[in-house]
Each structure stands twice: as structure tokens, then as C-alpha cells.
Design a protein around this ligand. Structure first.
Ligand code: AKG
Length: 213
């Protein structure tokens, strides 16, 4: 299925019974959003984490909000403190919280209040392998994912890693929301292609908002 054809014709595309692709949903607030993220990163800088198996991740990561997702030799988990600074993570920018709550409501998930925002920065070539998000306490809570900067192909898989994945061509400002029956679907990102974005240059930023605790 060529999902890029649908993009110009609709403001949202349903990807599954519990998942919606909201085209350009973050564009209206892009400058204040980027300023908020830059501020958060000034307090909790991007870093390269390693998987529990010791492999460096290809994305650089940080977090904002009450909880931050971390990965190291001890495993994947949420932490109240940034292990690099031993300080609490910077607060989630109000504009981001509002965007996530509104996007979730638009997708049918009322009252979503995330307590964790993972910030992933992809340089050209960086990717994310197929995985499920399983480190949160309540799988009834949806996930909201905001794409900024360079485009990327998001892989939207099934309940099993081996299920064929749909290719979703995400653009700057797009927002994905998934929950319900789709909450544990495998997903990932193909290697980001080189390019230049007018606001972000040669990187893609992804913000993944979750209710972790
Ligand atoms: O970068 C993306 O679009 C997806 C990020 C993701 O899957 C994750 O952080 O778990």
C-alpha cells in the first residue's frame, strides 16, 4: 500500500483499530516546540546509550518529564533522575504536553497525561530496530510520537516481530498515536536518509510521549 498517496488527501490516516497518523499536527506550534526541546536538551544533553547487550544505540537520546527512559547494561527502565547529571529530568514543555493530550484525544484517547518524553535524535544512517514498548506500567495508556526535521520511514508491524511491517513515510510535524489493540505492535524506523531540513538541518528528532508510571 502506498501510504504517501493518502497523505495529501487527508489530515489523518487510520493505521489500525487503535492507531492514527495525524499529518502535520505539530506544525502550528513548531517554533515554540523546538525552543522547549532545545531548553530541555541544554539541561539533559543528548547521549549515546547502550543496549543491555552492550551495543551502542544509533540514535542519541535524552528525556524530559517526571520520568526518563534509559538503557544500559542493567536493562531498559524509567528513572526519575538523569544518570549523567544525577538531577531530575527537565520538565516537559507545556506546549508538548498540550500537543500530546490533544493528539491523543483526537485519536480517541481522552485524558492522556504523559509523564515521560523520550527525545531521540537521528543523524543520517541512524535507525531503530523493530521493538515493542513494554517498559510502562499500564498498557491501556496510548503512545504519542512527534516527528520533526528530516523525513523518515516508520515501520508499523504487527503483534509478532516477524509480521510484515507497513511503511509509513513520516514528515516534519507528523504525529502518530497508538493504543488499544495496537499498543503492543512492533515498530521501528529505517535508516534516516541524508538531507537538510530548513529548521533542523541534517537531523530528525522524534519525541515519544508515554505514561510510564
Ligand atoms: O523515532 C520514531 O519515530 C520511533 C521511536 C520509537 O519507536 C521509540 O522511541 O520507541
Amino acid at each position: 500500500m502506498d501510504l504517501s498517496l493518502w497523505q495529501s488527501e487527508s489530515q489523518s490516516t487510520r493505521l489500525g483499530s487503535g492507531s492514527v497518523w495525524l499529518h502535520g499536527n505539530a506544525l502550528a506550534e513548531e517554533s515554540v516546540l523546538l525552543a522547549g526541546i532545545a531548553d530541555a536538551l541544554a539541561h539533559a544533553p543528548l547521549r549515546q546509550m547502550v543496549t543491555p547487550g552492550g551495543q551502542p544505540m544509533s540514535v542519541l537520546t535524552s528525556s524530559c518529564g517526571a520520568l526518563g527512559w534509559i538503557s544500559d547494561r542493567r536493562g531498559y527502565r524509567y528513572s526519575e533522575r538523569d544518570p549523567h547529571t544525577n538531577q531530575p529530568w527537565p520538565p516537559m514543555p507545556a506546549v508538548l504536553l498540550q500537543l500530546a493530550t490533544q493528539a491523543a484525544a483526537q485519536a480517541g484517547y481522552a485524558d492522556f497525561v504523559p509523564d515521560a518524553c523520550l527525545i531521540n535524535q537521528y543523524q543520517p544512517g541512524a535507525r531503530m530496530g523493530l521493538h515493542q514498548d513494554r517498559d510502562e506500567q499500564d498498557f491501556n495508556q496510548p503512545i504519542v510520537s512527534v516527528s520533526l526535521g528530516l523525513p523518515a520511514v516508520f515501520l508499523w508491524g504487527g503483534a509478532r516481530r516477524s509480521d510484515k511491517a507497513m511503511r509509513v513515510p513520516l514528515q516534519h510535524g507528523d504525529v502518530l498515536v497508538w493504543g488499544g489493540e495496537d499498543r503492543l505492535r512492533y515498530h521501528g524506523v529505517l535508516p534516516v536518509k541524508p538531507g537538510s531540513h530548513p529548521l533542523l538541518g541534517n537531523v530528525r528528532i522524534n519525541l515519544t510521549l508515554r505514561k510510564a508510571a
